[in-house]
Design a protein around this ligand. Structure first.
Ligand SMILES: *Cc1c(COP(=O)(O)O)cnc(C)c1O
Length: 399
C-alpha cells in the first residue's frame, strides 16, 4: 500500500515493502535463491535468475526509486559499480563533461578506463554555467555532477545544468551520495540519472558497500536494466537487506548529524589554526543561496584547512573521537584526508589545481554529541598551538 502523499520520513517506514504480503513480516525477507523454478513449461515467471532479478534486491530498488521520485532503481555491488554501469551508456566517440572535484574513483574510471574505450572527457567547474556551456561539444552525451562536490562542497545549479543538457540533447547524471533524497531530489530538478554510494548515508553504519542508480524515464530504465544484467555487478541479498534497514533511520540520522555539522562548522570558523571552512550551511559559503533553493539542508559533511601536512598530522594524532578513515555518512564521525585518501588516485598537479591541498581535512559528522566533538577538537587545536609556539621559539634560537 503506497500512499504518495506521505511525507518523506513516513515513506521511509511505510512503503510498498513495509509488510511482506505472504507472511506479514515487517522486515523484507532475504531471498537467497540464485535461481527460480519455472512452474509453467510455456511461460516463465517474474524471476528466473538472481543476476537478472531477485525479490530482496527488487525491494531495495523499488524503495530507492520511490524515495528519489524515479520510475526505477537499480542496486549494485558498490557506488563505483553503479557509476561505472551508468557510464556504459556511452559509446566510443562520445564526450562527457564532469565536475572538477569529483569523487576520486569516478575520476579514475573516466581518465583511465573510459578513455581506453574512446570516450572523451572534460573536467569543468560545474558551479559556473557559462563554463559548462562553453565546454559542451557536439558529441557531449552526459553532464556528470556532484553537488555539494567532494571534498570542497561546491554547489552546482542542477536546474540550470539540466536545462543546458536538454538543449544539447544530453543526459544529466547526479551523484547524490552526500545529501541523499532526504535533502535533495535531483530527478525532480530535471536530472536523468541519480547515483549513490549507498555505502554512506543511505545505509549509514559503515557495515556494507553498495551502490544505487535511479532513473525517471522508462526507456532509460530499460537501458540501465540491460546494462546491470549484462555487466552483472549486482548487490547481494544480505547487503540489500542491510541497506533497507539503514534506510529506515536515514531521516533521523541525517537530521541529527546535520545539526551537529552546523555547530562544528560555526565553531571551526572561530579557530585561528583553521584557514578555511567549507560547508554550504555557512553564511560565507558562496553557493549557499543556490543550495538552499535546490536542497533542504546543507548535509553533514564539511571540510576545513589547516596550514600544512605537518599540522594535519599533529591534529589527527591528538583527536580521540572521530575515526581517521576513508568513507563518510556513518553513525561514527569520520575524519579523512582527501589528498591521501579519496583523492589519492588523482595526480598531485590535478589535485592542487582543484584546491585539494595537503592541509585539507574532510569531516563527516556522526551521531556523537556535538559538544563532545568540539571539546575533542579544542584539545587537538591546543596541541597544534603548543607545537607552533615551540617551533617559533626554536626558530628564534630560544631553545
Ligand atoms: C564513496 C563514494 C563513491 C564510491 O562509492 P563506493 O561505494 O565506495 O564504490 C562515489 N561517489 C561519492 C560522492 C562517494 O563518496
Amino acid at each position: 500500500m503506497v500512499r504518495e502523499n506521505f511525507s518523506f520520513e513516513t515513506k521511509l517506514i511505510h512503503n510498498q515493502h513495509s509488510v511482506d504480503p505472504w507472511t506479514g513480516a515487517v522486515s523484507v525477507p532475504i531471498q537467497h535463491s540464485s535461481t527460480f523454478h519455472q512452474g509453467d513449461f510455456e511461460s516463465f515467471g517474474k524471476y528466473d535468475y538472481s543476476r537478472s532479478g531477485n525479490p530482496t534486491r527488487e525491494a531495495l530498488e523499488e524503495t530507492i526509486a520511490h524515495l528519489e521520485g524515479g520510475v526505477k532503481g537499480f542496486a549494485f555491488s558498490s557506488g563505483m559499480a553503479a557509476i561505472s554501469t551508468a557510464f556504459l551508456l556511452l559509446s566510443k566517440g562520445d564526450h562527457v563533461l564532469i565536475s572538477e572535484d569529483v569523487y576520486g574513483g569516478t575520476y579514475r574510471m573516466i581518465t583511465e578506463v573510459l578513455s581506453r574505450f574512446g570516450v572523451e572527457y572534460s573536467f569543468v567547474d560545474t558551479t559556473d554555467l557559462g563554463k559548462i556551456e562553453s565546454n559542451l561539444q557536439p558529441n557531449t552525451r552526459v553532464i556528470y555532477v556532484e553537488t555539494p562536490s567532494n571534498p570542497l562542497l561546491k554547489i552546482s545549479d542542477i536546474k540550470g545544468i539540466c536545462q543546458l543538457a536538454k538543449q544539447h540533447n544530453c543526459l544529466t547524471f547526479v551523484d547524490n551520495t552526500f545529501l541523499t533524497p532526504a535533502l535533495h531530489r535531483p530527478l525532480e530538478l530535471g536530472a536523468d540519472v541519480v547515483l549513490h554510494s549507498a555505502t554512506k548515508f543511505l545505509s549509514g553504519h559503515s557495515d556494507v558497500v553498495a551502490g544505487l542508480a535511479v532513473v525517471k524515464d522508462p526507456e532509460l530504465a530499460d537501458k540501465i536494466g540491460f546494462l546491470q544484467n549484462t555487466f552483472g555487478a549486482v548487490l547481494g541479498v544480505q547487503d540489500c537487506w542491510l541497506v533497507l534497514r539503514g534506510l529506515k533511520t536515514l531521516h533521523v540520522r541525517l537530521r541529527q548529524s546535520q545539526e551537529s555539522a552546523r555547530q562544528i562548522a560555526a565553531y571551526l570558523t572561530t579557530v585561528p589554526e583553521v584557514t578555511d571552512v567549507f560547508f554550504p550551511g555557512l553564511k560565507s559559503h558562496p553557493g549557499r543561496r543556490l543550495h538552499e533553493e535546490q536542497a533542504e539542508g546543507p548535509g553533514a559533511v564539511l571540510s576545513f584547512s589547516l596550514k600544512d601536512a605537518r599540522a594535519v598530522k599533529t591534529f589527527v594524532e591528538e583527536l580521540r573521537i572521530p575515526v581517521f578513515a576513508v568513507s563518510l555518512g556513518a553513525v561514527e564521525s569520520i575524519l579523512s584526508y582527501p589528498s591521501k585518501m579519496s583523492h589519492g588516485a588523482m595526480p598531485v598537479e590535478e589535485r592542487e589545481k582543484r584546491g585539494i591541498h595537503d592541509g585539507l581535512l574532510r569531516l563527516s559528522v556522526g551521531l556523537e554529541r556535538a559538544e563532545d566533538l568540539i571539546e575533542d577538537f579544542e584539545g587537538a587545536f591546543a596541541a597544534l598551538k603548543r607545537e607552533s609556539q615551540e617551533l617559533g621559539a626554536w626558530n628564534r634560537g630560544a631553545i
